[in-house]
Structure formats: structure tokens, C-alpha cells
Design a protein around this ligand. Structure first.
Ligand SMILES: Cc1cc2nc3c(=O)[nH]c(=O)nc-3n(C[C@H](O)[C@H](O)[C@H](O)COP(=O)(O)O)c2cc1C
Length: 181
């Protein structure tokens, strides 16, 4: 059992839990991504975490460039990812500044054929259609984008026998600060 007062160990735990990319036999890491719509309204939706790079402080998501989240991020790159990790009794909130990497050179080749269908729906995702299935899913590499989230802050909540909460900021070198949960 690690020291519950160890702030840096708490941050280590979060990165360890995030660094479980989808792969053979592994469940995808599902999270909620919140963005700010151009009219200022908050928007949230489920996404799969595709990569976590602690050294670079980055989290990666894949999406279709024609979705509302891309429009939102073009206008305002600030976003938040939130994730409940039941296996660790841990809520992870990551405040991000997101760069949109269109066509994400090199990544398309690694996307399984079955997953490519997610990039290229016609008409564009969110368009009104006359009936439930009046759309086509044609994989289109030009519609694929990687969203690279530079983590600016983490807010971690651990629901152990006694709850713990801490904030970590990139700006102060991830020193960390305990917070009342
Ligand atoms: C379990 C689950 C996982 C999803 N993963 C992704 C994903 O990784 N990337 C993505 O763009 N959309 C994903 N979606 C679809 C989004 O939740 C959303 O419906 C879609 O991207 C359109 O969102 P937007 O109009 O807010 O941009 C997922 C949906 C579910 C239910």
C-alpha cells in the first residue's frame, strides 16, 4: 500500500491508469470529452482514449473532422476529459488545450479496417436525415483527425476509505496541491 499522503504517487497512479491504450484483449478506455461550442454552450460526449504520453503530457483522441467537437475546438481549443476508473476508485479530470492534427500522418495506416468506418459518415455527423439509416459510412482518410490534448491540469478524486482530492498544474511543474474533496 502506497503512502496516501504522497502527492507525486497520486499523480503517478493517474498516468498509470491512463496509459492503457486499446489493444488486443483490452477494453477501450471510455471518457467524456467536454468542449465549448462556438455559442458558448458546453458540449460533452463519449470518446475512446487512444494514447497517453506522460513525458509529453499529452492525451490523444481520434475523431471525424466533420463533427461538432472539431468545429468547437477550432474556435476554442480548451477542453476537459473526465473518466471514472472503477478499478482504481479514481475520478480523473484533465484540462486540455487541444491541437487538431488533420489526416494525422502515419496513424491511418494503423487503424483497423473495421474502425475506419467511424471516419467519413455521409451526410456529416449531426446532419438531419429523413430516416434512421439514411446515411453511408465510407472510410475517408481525409476525414480522420487526431486530437492531441496538452494536459494543463489534473483534478484527481480517490474514493478510498477516506476521500482524497488533489490538483496538479503543468504551470508549476506538477507539484500538486491537496484539496478538500
Ligand atoms: C462508447 C462510445 C465511444 C465513442 N468514441 C468516440 C471516439 O473515440 N471519437 C469520436 O469522435 N466519437 C466517439 N463516439 C461518438 C461520440 O460520442 C459522438 O456521438 C460523436 O463523435 C459526435 O459528437 P459531436 O457531434 O459532439 O462532435 C463514441 C460514442 C460512444 C457511445
Amino acid at each position: 500500500m502506497t503512502d496516501p499522503e504522497d502527492l507525486s504517487g497520486f499523480l503517478d497512479l493517474a498516468w498509470r491508469r491512463l496509459d492503457r491504450r486499446p489493444g488486443a484483449g483490452r477494453d477501450p478506455l471510455l471518457m467524456t470529452l467536454a468542449t465549448v461550442a462556438p455559442d458558448g454552450w458546453p458540449e460533452a460526449r463519449m470518446v475512446v482514449l487512444r494514447g497517453a504520453d506522460r513525458a509529453a503530457g499529452r492525451l490523444e483522441i481520434h475523431t471525424d473532422t466533420a463533427t461538432a467537437k472539431v468545429t468547437a475546438l477550432q474556435a476554442d481549443p480548451r477542453a476537459e476529459l473526465v473518466f471514472w476508473d472503477a478499478g482504481a476508485d479514481l475520478q480523473i479530470r484533465a484540462a486540455l488545450r487541444v491541437s487538431i492534427l488533420p489526416q494525422a500522418a502515419g496513424r491511418w495506416a494503423q487503424i483497423p479496417e473495421s474502425s475506419r468506418m467511424a471516419y467519413g459518415t455521409r451526410p456529416a455527423p449531426g446532419s438531419p436525415i429523413p430516416s434512421a439509416f439514411a446515411y453511408d459510412k465510407t472510410p475517408d482518410p481525409a476525414r480522420f483527425a487526431a486530437l492531441i490534448g496538452q494536459v494543463e491540469a489534473f483534478d484527481l478524486v480517490h474514493l478510498g476509505p477516506r476521500h482524497r482530492r488533489a490538483r496538479f498544474l503543468a504551470a508549476d511543474g506538477w507539484r500538486g496541491q491537496w484539496l478538500a474533496p
